[in-house]
Design a protein around this ligand. Sequence first.
Ligand code: FES
Length: 367
Amino acid sequence: MSTADQPVGHDSADSSTAAQADEQTPEMFTDPGLPYHRPRRADVDPKADKRAERQVAALFGLSILGTIIAIGSYLALDMTEEIASIRFVNMMIGLGLFLAMIGIGLGAVHWAKTLMRDHEMVEERHELRSSEEAREGAVQNLKDGVEDSGIGGVKRRPVLVGSLVGAIALAPLAVLFPQIGNMGGDWNTKKFAHTMWRKGTRLARDPDGTLIKASDVTIGSAFHVIPDGLNELEHHRIEEKAKAVVLLVRLDPRDLKIQPGREDWSFDGIVAYSKICTHVGCPVALYEQQTHHLLCPCHQSTFDVADGAKVVFGPAKRPLPQLPIAVDDEGYIVAQSDFHEPIGPSYWTRLKHTSDGLNDSSEGSSH
Ligand code: FES
């Protein structure tokens, strides 16, 4: 279609609409000014002012109470090895911390909304540097704010200032006290290097503790394993379990790449590896039967069980430690010894605890 074929009247319709819009749009808007200032109850009613003050002080008091609960729970409650007891103590400390923090936060907000200065202020546009008069005015406004809030005038609101200072001074203790309390604990890192596994310890199913025979382990199956006797421990059962848990799998012996020096650590395709991830210690428990890969759900480190549990993907830097196993006279699977290296993530003295017989060449680059 040529230009000459364009419908006439289109341009004229556009220009008339624009002209109408011009007529309706004023060049300047009148300044509507500030909305009507509605004074708060505490501004006009001394009783409401006092009530708000008490509420703010109560919130700061709640914070102090929370700090006391957190510290008291840490000191007074006895944490046994039962999960329910651990949960209860942690819940009480957490509740104390929650109250300690929320009390200060709510108190400060309530103070600002009900008692601090509530005057609208207008700042006219001006060049970047304010005039001397405006600067002095700003300083004066700040002083007025401090004066109104009562922070600068201890004499005016001594209860508020005292309770705020008390709450702020005590709140960090709720966090620091348990940390400092733990610093006197056991710093012997050798205990990380050893687990419950000993020569002849039978492998048992987690959690019921029933023993595992080699004949129970079919090709492709995977067992979550604990040392026999773990469930009978009276003390430190959870700590020992956290170190000793193992994943037992059976592969077709033709798929298994036996690692140098570990020729007798497996039995007819059955291998056992620590379940504690060498990255930061999550349980590695997702076994993919077809690929023989073990996946850590935390950061997706993947270990190849068919090839010495070496890392094939993810942030872990070391293979999972292998537990040497054998089968006893009754057909039960037993450990030949403890792990030959510390299980789990690195720590500063790990290299010292690594067995001389193992070549842990990746240690230097580990996290
Ligand atoms: S803890 Fe396993 S990948 Fe991070």
